[in-house]
Design a protein around this ligand. Sequence first.
Ligand SMILES: Nc1nc2c(c(=O)[nH]1)N[C@H]1C(S)=C(S)[C@@H](COP(=O)(O)OP(=O)(O)OC[C@H]3O[C@@H](n4cnc5c(N)ncnc54)[C@H](O)[C@@H]3O)O[C@H]1N2
Ligand code: MOO
Length: 416
Amino acid sequence: MQTPTAAATAPIDMPEIAEALARMERCLRAVGCERVPLDDAAGRVCAEALPARLDAPPFAVAAMDGYALRWADADALLARSGVTRAGDPIGPPLAPGTCRRIFTGAPVPPGADTVVVQELTETVGERLRILPGAEPHRHIRAAGSNFGTGTPVTRPGTRLSARDIGLAAAAGHAEIRVHRRPRVAVLSTGSELSRAFADGQAGQILNANRPALKALVRSWGGVPLDLGIAADDGAALSVALSRARATAGIDLLVTSGGASVGDFDLLSPVLAELGFEPAFRKVRMRPGKATLFGRLGQLPVLGLPGNAVAALVSALLFLGPAMSRLAGAGWAEPSPERAVLATPLPATGPRTTFLRGRLGRVGRGVPTFSVLADQDNAMLSGLALADALVLRPADAPPAAPGEPVAVLRFDLSPGF
Ligand SMILES: Nc1nc2c(c(=O)[nH]1)N[C@H]1C(S)=C(S)[C@@H](COP(=O)(O)OP(=O)(O)OC[C@H]3O[C@@H](n4cnc5c(N)ncnc54)[C@H](O)[C@@H]3O)O[C@H]1N2
Ligand code: MOO
């Protein structure tokens, strides 16, 4: 991990989202690699350009069931000379004036330059007539026409799809080098958090962020490590953070809560005592202002707000790209799409603002966006119902139905 260079020179203020992301990007590197069987490679991030170990197809093969022949002989009545099925050896060369019965996938005999589909042939006694409609040089897949030996068949930095895995297998590979899954530790902070429904006592809140963040880590290709709950107590938080720093193999620590300005929001002061190097301690966005990022020794730390909606919106913007970079798939920020307002929007305050809403579609045009009534940053019911966020610039005036807006669609961040 590189030193957060911007943070070293810039004041630790409240950067805009783009600046905060840029500072974060400079601090994160892809994790190491491992070799896995192709059967376990789906969705993993490829770390090598596998070269094909053979020509494919390895020899000329018939693409249809029919007869192999020399096109120059097509006007004659052809003598039959044997049969080749898929899996048969290549067989002897085809003598002039003859044809060979052949089936899809079978090696084409040397000398033949055309396969005529059986539907365009006619048997005349012992011989074969080629009917009008047959075409020269058809229905043969030349040796190496799919790929040649040495051709790279996988691309580093891409998530392996079923298509990639099929191609790698066709190219003679049973294993592939991939990035290991990033290990992301999740620490919830807050004395009010209870561990489970049955524990719930007066004054306690169920821990929604922990399972939600672990789910995101898993959906985005990582392995979550649950570090439990730290109370709003300096000593407890210090122990939990120091333990995380000392634990080998954690690629990123994600905390939630305790990041604001209350007397019991201790994350920032405790991190500072432990020698944290911040890249930013707040972001000019709503929700999600209480987001911090930096390095605790070698360990990158992303501090998300406690409010459940703020935590998830901030995770969409910051944890998503971080996971993508750590996983080896490159830095990938959620990209806004165009939509048209179906409902009015209020003026925004001094931070870039995200409002939850639902997309609709009118004809084939850009989708419509209807803002939801519930925009409380702690209340998950509205976020669960939403399928997009509208992105409003800071200090934007009210907007009316019909106006174009930018939206972040949740379906473009699978698992969110
Ligand atoms: N005087 C100010 N107060 C607050 C400000 C501010 O600027 N000045 N910022 C507000 C904003 S914005 C947010 S967001 C929150 C951020 O607070 P923290 O990150 O310090 O989070 P907490 O205070 O610990 O918790 C806030 C809220 O979220 C609930 N919570 C916490 N963890 C979880 C969890 N794991 N699962 C479910 N819910 C959780 C917690 O009970 C609180 O209700 O601060 C505002 N205040
Ligand atoms: O900005 Mo807080 O992080 O609004 O919810």
